[in-house]
Unconditional design. Sequence first.
Lengths: 194, 201
Amino acid sequence: MDQNNQKDNEDLFLIKEALEGNRDSFGLLVDKYKNSLFNLVYKYMGNSSDAQDICQDTFIKAYTHLNEYKINYKFSTWLFTIAANLSKNKLKRRKFIFFSIDKPIHTDEENIIAEPEDKTSNNDTFMLKLEQAGLVTEMLQSLPADYKIPFLLRHEENRSLEEIAQITNLSVGVVKIRIHRARMRLLKKYKEKL
Amino acid sequence: MKFKDVSNKQLNEYFDGELNEKENLHVCGHVKNCPICMERLELFKKVSDLIEKMPKKNAPLGFTEKVLANLPEKPAAKAPFFRLPALNTLSYAAIFLMISASAVFFGSKHYFYKTVNVTFEIAMADASVVTLAGDFNNWNMYATALNDNENGVWSVTLPLKKGTYQYSIIVDGKKWYPDPQSEITINKKIKINVPTNIQTI
């Protein structure tokens, strides 16, 4: 906890300096968060070039509106909020051109019927194979965009439900349901791949 | 001890550690005796592991430099002069309605300024030329002629803006028949029958 506070204080110090016109301080903030932000956006968008554009725009937007940053949020939470909005907008714009990318969102929970456990004994090798074949990415990309952000924030960033709710501008209850639904869908996909 | 069925929601919450102690015990007890739920929990774990084991992607080399090169001169000192306030959808809907309503209102004002057709009529069987002069044609007695029909009734229809006018019918260029009330207020389509039994000027 203390470590976290120290980290936040360090951010505040850098933000203060950046606001006074010190671009190098902002550069330190970029260095600090670029990898986690890039990783998350990459997994959300599914490709490197979009991720790079969005991350760059996120930092530029953050710098431009730095005076609007509120200290009751973590700086990283604020960054993720900007990135989530930019990513969603980008997907939305793309939807007009390739509207088949996203499947319609089914709001009802699917019934997943358990199957006898016979093929999963050699699990580690199977998982390795899945990874190598890029199937995990495919599974992740099959998730509806609205489910993907909460799920990734939970599993990639280990964020609390409250933080995810702040980032996505949803209620904690909705965040929880979306994470559950994302998991059920992934589970279904996983079974299909088995 | 018998445990009731557990929903997918409860199972997810159990997996995420979001249940209270009592519910936790309940789900835990159920799972031990239910192969289906146990298998599902194992699959939850596998799926989570798969996602978490995906290699982390780092930002490309030179990313920071690129960002710094593209930064504006300095952060905006104040909030921009004009910014849409952060309102919810409902507020925007209300504003939209207000704007539409006022557009309709001011639009109708334009409607009030529209012209209406006013017909001037006079029964004058023995006249040869009947004209009309008034505020609307600068009292030019040659500007607006009336047409006669077979019954000796002369008439003309003019598009006039709503308002109050003075006018007079001029028969044969010498007899003037003004409005009995000396002026007339026009606010809708109207037919004015000018009496001939009044004193001419």
